[in-house]
Design a protein around this ligand. Sequence first.
Ligand code: 5GP
Ligand code: ZN
Length: 114
Amino acid sequence: MSDCIFCKIARREIPSEIVYEDDEIIAFKDIQPLAPVHLVVIPKSHLRSLNDVTSEYEALMGHLLGVIRRLASEFGVAESGYRVVTNTGTDGGQVVGHLHFHLLGGQALNAKIG
Ligand code: 5GP
Ligand code: ZN
C-alpha cells in the first residue's frame, strides 16, 4: 500500500524508532506514547485490521505474539505487567488502517488506556 503510514514506516520512508525487525514483522515506538512503554507491532504485509486475519495468517499471528512476548521482556514489563491492544474499525477506535498491536506498560494502566 503506497499511501499507508505503517507500510511507509516498514519501508523506512517515514522515520521511526524501530525496536525490532525480521522478514515479517516490524516494531517501533509509538509517536504519541500513552505509557512509559508504548510499542506498535505490525506485520509488514498490509492487512487492514484483525478482520483480514484469515486462517492463512495463523502462523504469522503466532509469530507476532511471540515477538510481543519477547519485547515485553526486553523492555522490562514482563513481570510488572502490560497490555496488548488491537483497535479494530471505527467503533474500536482504529485510526491507522494497517493491522497493529499496541504493547503498553511501565505503569499501572488506566482502564481507558489503549
Ligand atoms: P490506532 O488508534 O489506529 O489503534 O493507533 C495508531 C497509533 O499509531 C497511535 O497510537 C499513533 O500515535 C501511532 N502513530 C500514528 N502515526 C505514527 C507515526 O508516523 N509514527 C509512529 N511511530 N507512530 C504513529
Ligand atoms: Zn499498510
